[in-house]
Design a binder for this molecule. Sequence first.
Ligand code: S3P
Length: 443
Amino acid sequence: MISIEKSSKPLSGGVFVPGDKSISHRSIMFGALAEGTTEITGFLEGADCLSTIDCFRNLGVEIEHSQRPMNGVPTITVHGKGLYGLKAPKKELFTGNSGTTTRLIAGILAAQPFDSMLTGDSSIETRPMGRIMKPLTQMGADISSIHDNDCAPLLIRGGKKLHGITYHTPVASAQIKSCILLAGLYSDSDTVVYEPALSRNHTEIMLRAFGADVHNEIDVQGSAAAILHPGTPLRGIRINVPGDISSAAYFIAAALMVPGSDVVIHNVGINKTRAGILSVLKQMGADIELENVDESIEPRADLHVRYSELHGNANGRFEISGKIIPTMIDELPIFAVVAATADCTTIIKDAAELKVKESNRIDAIVNNLKAMGVDVEATDDGMIINGGKSLHGADIECHADHRIAMSFAIAALAADGTTRILDDKCVGISYPTFFKDLNKLIK
Ligand code: S3P
């Protein structure tokens, strides 16, 4: 538990947020399947990514985790086994709280010659896995849910020959897409995944850098395809992971909400499939400047954020829906907090996926905002937030969800009185040094 008071001082100075979680996971996974070594700097040492390392070590992959003596930058070296070099695990693979680990690794395990069992913590055991079981089964995999409830634990029987498929996923989800593409690496023909809007495309970008033949296509209706042609081996590469925009979003929000703030968040990944939060906040009047933009394959920039009074359109409303939602799905909890302080009614639509994240985030956001005195109403696929009234301190139920804990720690800075984040430990899933970094900006 941690108590936070309203911030009497503006936030100022610069901060580096830890490495991008999605890219960190993938760097281990693809490195493990590549020939040769993959060297990773900027890796996120959060519990979720450590679960990925642990799973691949249990699959026989040597992964070194060292501090460079000269500059202290942690480097991870993955000694790749090639596509066909993984070993049967001696025990079940435990993915902790990590949906990304569970769903992506399932696509790899489906194509192995050995059986494996995948399980995780109590949250993972309630998250929907039918969404990957269905396409993997169509590809020829043998994957079943031990309790027959489409959730983990999952038993994956090896030794199956996989076939490429064309799959239309009803939800834009990078985890579903990536799972299918990874199984596609082992298939006898092309794999095509269509999604209603382009979800984060790190798998496509990174697999291509490792040597795979994969690309995205967007048709005139805006439907997005990822197309993978199997048969090329992966080769180890060097990866410098940019800072995670999902982590940066907390400090962006804090700077926008606390009067007088002026903050620079360095080296943040700004891949377009992740940067919806920036464009939405700018539409509401946020003063966010991109400095030192580096157009690497995963582009990055310093984000200079100054306190701003946020507003809606001329009619006092602001709506987000449709294709922008997947580009800011993990930022919706902190966006909702910012919206509660903005001078407008904010309507969030097409975000039913929030119900199946680490917690039911629609309920968690709405109930905690209500506890802080906000006029907010849950809808089937989002919420309606009548912003502009002052927030007051409250006890925040985190539901072991890192993004809820961090979002409401930021809300606390703008709320009268004391806010207690009842579970502060869960931030370690994606941002172990969150409170330390926040304190640096306040002092
Ligand atoms: C992720 C994809 C998203 C996101 C999650 C990470 C990824 O999940 O919410 O935190 O790394 O592929 P969905 O694919 O379920 O939308």
